[in-house]
Write a protein that binds this ligand. Structure first.
Ligand SMILES: C[S@@+](CC[C@H](N)C(=O)[O-])C[C@H]1O[C@@H](n2cnc3c(N)ncnc32)[C@H](O)[C@@H]1O
Length: 421
C-alpha cells in the first residue's frame, strides 16, 4: 500500500495539470489546491487511479464512489497522462478474437439491438436538444472553415454528404439510422429528393414525423421505425448511413453491407460514415474505457478498424471510390457538445430528474459528462477515427449494347464534391 501511494504521488507530480487527491482514509496527497480534485471513497477506486484504469475510475465517478471537481479539459489532460497502457492495443490471440466474434453475434439480435438503441437514444429528447445543434445532428460535424459554429459545421456536413452523393431532384434517397431527421429533411429541402429515413428509436421516430408535418414535407419525406435488417424496399438511387455501423457489430458487418447493396440500385452510390477503431485488434478501448461505454452509454457498441470495414464492404460487392478521415472534426464537435453540456448542468439535471429518480438521473448526467469529454479526448489522441466512405454498387449487367462492365454514377474526378452541381 505504501509503495502504491508513493508511486501515485510521483505520478501526480508529473501530470500536466495539478491534481489533488483525498484518499478513503481522509489523508491527502498532491498539491493543496489542484486544477482537478479527486475525492476517493473506496479502496477499489484508489487502485484504479494508481493503475491508470481511467475507465474504471470513470465508472466509480458515475456510481458516486469518487467525487471529481475541475474543468473537463483539465480532467481529461490528467486522465491521458495517468494511463499506463495504450488503450488501442488489442489482444490478437485466436481465442480472444473468436470469443469477441461470438459475443458480437449474441449482442446483435433484433430484440437486443432495439433495447440497446432505445437505452441510449430514448433517454430524453430535451436532454439531447440542450447540447446538440438546432437540427439535432448526432454525428461528427464538418468544419469546412475553421471559424464555423457547430450549427454551421453540421449544416456543412449534411451538405458535404449530399454533394458526395451527387443528389439530384426526384432521386429516391434512403438514410439508414436517420436520428432526428437532419439529413433527410436537408436533402429534400436543398436537393429535391424523395427521402426516407429509418431509426430504431421511438423518440426520434415521433420527433421526425412531427417535423415532417410541420415543414409540409409529407409527400416528400418519410420516416419508419424499423431495424435495417427488416427493410424490403425497392432499391434506392442513393443511400446514406451516418453514425450507424458502430451499432451493427463486427459479426454483422458483412450482412449490413449486403443489405446496403440490396437497397441500392445498380450504379447507385452510398455514403457510409462512422467511428472506426484506432487499432486493428481492439473492439473496445482498454483501461476500462470500453466497459464504461458499454455499461453507461452504448450497450452493444463495437469499434471496427477501417480496414475491416472496407474488407466487409468489398465482400458485399460494394466498390469503395472515396474515403475521408474526419477525426479532428469529431474532436472539435465533441468538445463543443461537452462545453454546451458543462454550461447547462443545472438544466440538464432538471430535465433528467423529470424522467427518473434523483439517483439514476445523477448517474446519467455524470456518465454523459465523462463520455462527451472522454470521447473528445479519444479522437484527439487517435484512439478512434471517423471515416466517410463513398461506395458504389457497380452495375455489371448485360445492356442492349452488350457487356457494360462495372459502371456507376461516380464522376471521373472528385472536384464535384466541392461545388454545388
Ligand atoms: C449516432 S445516431 C446517428 C443519427 C443520424 N444519422 C445523425 O447523424 O444525426 C445512430 C442512429 O442509428 C439508428 N440505429 C441503430 N441501430 C439501428 C438498426 N439496427 N436499425 C435501424 N436504425 C438503427 C439509431 O436509432 C440512431 O438513429
Amino acid at each position: 500500500m505504501k509503495n502504491m501511494l508513493a508511486a501515485l504521488e510521483t505520478r501526480l507530480a508529473e501530470l500536466p495539470v495539478r491534481v489533488s487527491v483525498a484518499l478513503p482514509s481522509g489523508q491527502r496527497i498532491g498539491p493543496a489546491q489542484g486544477d482537478v480534485h479527486i475525492a476517493l471513497r473506496s479502496p477499489a477506486a484508489l487502485v484504479a487511479l494508481a493503475q491508470g484504469q481511467i475507465g474504471s475510475l470513470g465508472a466509480a465517478v458515475v456510481e458516486g464512489w469518487v467525487d471529481l471537481e475541475g474543468s473537463m479539459r483539465n480532467v481529461m489532460a490528467a486522465a491521458t497522462s495517468l494511463l499506463q497502457t495504450d488503450p488501442v492495443r488489442g489482444n490478437a490471440s485466436w481465442w480472444s478474437q473468436t470469443m469477441a466474434r461470438a459475443r458480437s453475434m449474441a449482442l446483435h439480435t433484433l430484440e437486443r439491438d432495439a433495447q440497446q438503441v432505445q437505452f441510449h437514444y430514448d433517454l430524453s429528447d430535451d436532454f439531447y436538444a440542450l447540447w446538440l445543434d438546432p437540427l439535432r445532428v448526432y454525428s461528427c460535424a464538418y468544419y469546412r472553415s475553421s471559424e464555423m459554429s457547430l450549427a454551421q459545421a453540421q449544416q456543412a456536413k449534411l451538405d458535404h454528404i449530399c454533394r458526395k452523393l451527387a443528389l439530384k431532384a426526384n432521386e429516391r434517397f434512403l438514410d439508414i439510422g436517420c436520428g432526428w431527421g437532419g439529413l433527410i429533411v436537408w436533402a429534400a429541402q436543398h436537393y429535391g429528393v424523395q427521402a426516407k429515413g429509418v431509426t430504431l428509436s421511438r423518440n426520434q421516430y415521433d420527433y421526425v414525423r412531427k417535423r415532417i408535418q410541420a415543414l409540409g414535407l409529407d409527400g416528400q419525406v418519410q420516416v419508419e421505425l424499423c431495424d435495417y435488417r427488416q427493410m424490403a424496399d425497392t432499391p434506392y438511387d442513393k443511400l446514406a448511413s451516418v453514425g450507424m455501423f458502430e451499432h451493427v457489430g463486427h459479426a454483422n458487418l458483412a450482412a449490413y453491407f449486403q443489405t446496403v447493396r440490396q437497397l441500392l440500385r445498380p450504379g447507385g452510390m452510398a455514403l457510409i460514415h462512422g467511428i472506426t477503431a484506432g487499432g486493428t485488434k481492439n473492439r473496445q478501448l482498454g483501461a476500462g474505457i470500453g466497459e464504461f461505454i458499454e455499461r453507461y452509454i452504448f450497450p452493444g457498441g463495437e469499434l471496427v478498424h477501417v480496414s475491416a470495414v472496407l474488407h466487409d464492404m468489398a465482400d458485399a460487392g460494394l466498390e469503395m471510390v472515396d474515403t475521408e478521415n474526419l477525426r479532428p472534426h469529431y474532436a472539435r464537435t465533441l468538445w463543443t457538445w461537452s462545453d454546451a453540456l458543462e454550461a447547462q448542468l443545472p438544466q440538464a439535471q432538471r430535465i433528467l430528474s423529470a424522467q427518473t429518480d434523483a439517483e439514476r438521473s445523477g448517474r446519467a448526467l455524470r456518465a454523459y459528462r465523462l463520455y462527451l469529454a472522454g470521447s473528445a479526448m479519444g479522437f484527439e489522441q487517435g484512439w478512434m477515427g471517423l471515416h466517410q466512405m463513398l461506395v458504389t454498387n457497380p452495375s455489371g449487367n448485360l445492356s442492349a449494347g452488350g457487356l457494360r462492365g462495372a459502371q456507376s454514377d461516380y464522376p471521373f474526378q472528385r472536384e464535384y464534391m466541392y461545388s454545388k452541381g
